[in-house]
Write a protein that binds this ligand. Structure first.
Ligand SMILES: *Cc1c(COP(=O)(O)O)cnc(C)c1O
Length: 399
């Protein structure tokens, strides 16, 4: 008997669960887009975005998803033929580097595989070898949502500085912002990209680029810039329409305004970071117990390398795929697919899944997802160790 009726839980790493308050805030007529409240709203949201990034940087908002924000960041920094150093720790770093290459940027890649974070020593070495300082920027993914690797941004910044290299540090924090600790200014990040549908808890449709004054100066000579993606009018608008390069994303702004209020003024960033850390440990504890007597394993052995917003794991023998299907049809929970962990179409591709614990998620949601996973393993006869739910509950009890 299916027990999936009731409120469904989409536990995938974006779109994340949206607060009802955010959805309700969007449920209203469109405002005047030329003047009045919209100007205050745009300014307030921009200010909130700065605060979420712990930054005083400039902010450009795009009607796009994360892929668009990637491209926005690249077009404003590079000219055709410029060099970039692309650091790859999974599918997302790989795609950002690939897209940069397709745009005519000469990308040198350092690939760290799918089970390790960036090694800062290798970054330092690559930059030292660039004696002519041709590399204009380093592209780094904060949390690679496919592998759930969380990279150490300050360590990469330190490596750039140790090499005495002037390259800008460009960070994709799409899957970490509002979940894992991120401090743009303290960490010396020059450009950062984000999107609405992950830790910011708003429907997909907005992409954001934060940029330092140093990056702003570099952008003045960027040859890849096009009118729509140019961040100048968006960050320094004289008219409201310039914020958005045309019609405002009115309803997304209402939603974002509400979510920023919840994040910054109600729960607070520090508490949000701590909540995500606890929920992540809860998920890890369950997997560790399951793995005691089954072919079940977290992707990353070292907890210090793991994201707090999403967890990638393996359940062998096609167990991951079977469990995902069971959860969706029998229990109303949708887990994330494995991304880039095995060749698509091979049997191994069915061995990977991801559990998101990103954004508007609390203890009962994470415990509920884990408990239904346990039920699914029992129902499907997937061998697993015992005590996972006790271990998960103990993490929540610790707080
Ligand atoms: C989701 C995600 C993207 C892509 O965002 P889309 O909105 O799907 O285009 C890029 N980078 C990271 C790290 C992500 O998690």
């Amino acid at each position: 008997m299916s027990l999936s009726q009731g409120r469904a839980y989409l536990a995938i790493p974006g779109p994340s669960t949206m607060p009802d308050r955010v959805l309700a805030a969007m449920h209203r007529p469109a405002p005047n887009i030329y003047e009045g409240d919209i100007e205050l709203l745009a300014a307030r949201v921009t200010d909130g975005l700065r605060r979420v990034a712990c930054s005083t940087s400039h902010v450009a908002i795009y009607i796009s998803n994360g892929h668009g924000a990637w491209e926005a960041a690249l077009t404003n920094i590079f000219s055709p033929g410029d060099k970039a150093l692309g650091l790859v720790t999974g599918r997302f770093g790989n795609l950002w580097a690939r897209n940069a290459g397709m745009m005519g940027i000469d990308v040198q890649r350092l690939d760290f595989g799918i089970k390790s974070p960036v090694d800062p020593a290798q970054v330092e070495q690559a930059l030292r070898e660039d004696t002519g300082h041709k590399i204009k920027a380093v592209l780094l993914t904060h949390v690679d949502t496919a592998t759930s690797v969380c990279n150490d941004i300050p360590a990469v910044r330190a490596a750039i500085d140790a090499a005495g290299h002037p390259a800008l540090l460009m960070v994709d924090s799409i899957a970490a912002l509002g979940c894992d600790v991120f401090r743009m200014d303290d960490w010396g990040v020059d450009v950062m990209v984000g999107a609405s549908q992950k830790g910011l808890m708003v429907p997909p449709g907005l992409g954001f680029v934060w940029f330092s004054e140093k990056a702003n100066q570099v952008s003045k000579s960027a040859g890849l810039k096009t009118p729509y993606w140019d961040w100048q009018p968006r960050a320094f608008p004289e008219m409201v329409y310039q914020y958005f390069g045309g019609t405002s994303p009115t309803h997304h702004l209402f939603g974002l305004d509400e979510s920023l209020k919840m994040i910054l003024d109600e729960e607070g960033l520090e508490h949000i970071w701590a909540r995500h850390a606890t929920l992540a440990r809860t998920v890890w504890a369950a997997f560790d117990a399951w793995g005691q007597a089954g072919d079940i394993k977290l992707n990353l052995a070292n907890p210090a390398h793991r994201a707090h917003s999403v967890t990638a794991a393996r359940i062998g023998g096609g167990g991951a795929q079977r469990l995902r299907s069971w959860l969706e049809t029998e229990a109303g929970v949708t887990l994330g697919i494995g991304l880039g962990m095995a060749e698509p179409g091979t049997p191994e591709a069915n061995d990977f899944l991801r559990v998101a614990h990103m954004g508007h998620v609390n203890a009962h949601m994470t415990l509920g997802a884990l408990a239904t996973m346990e039920a699914g393993m029992q129902a499907l006869g997937i061998p697993h160790g015992s005590g996972a739910l006790d271990a998960a509950a103990a993490e929540i009890a610790k707080g």
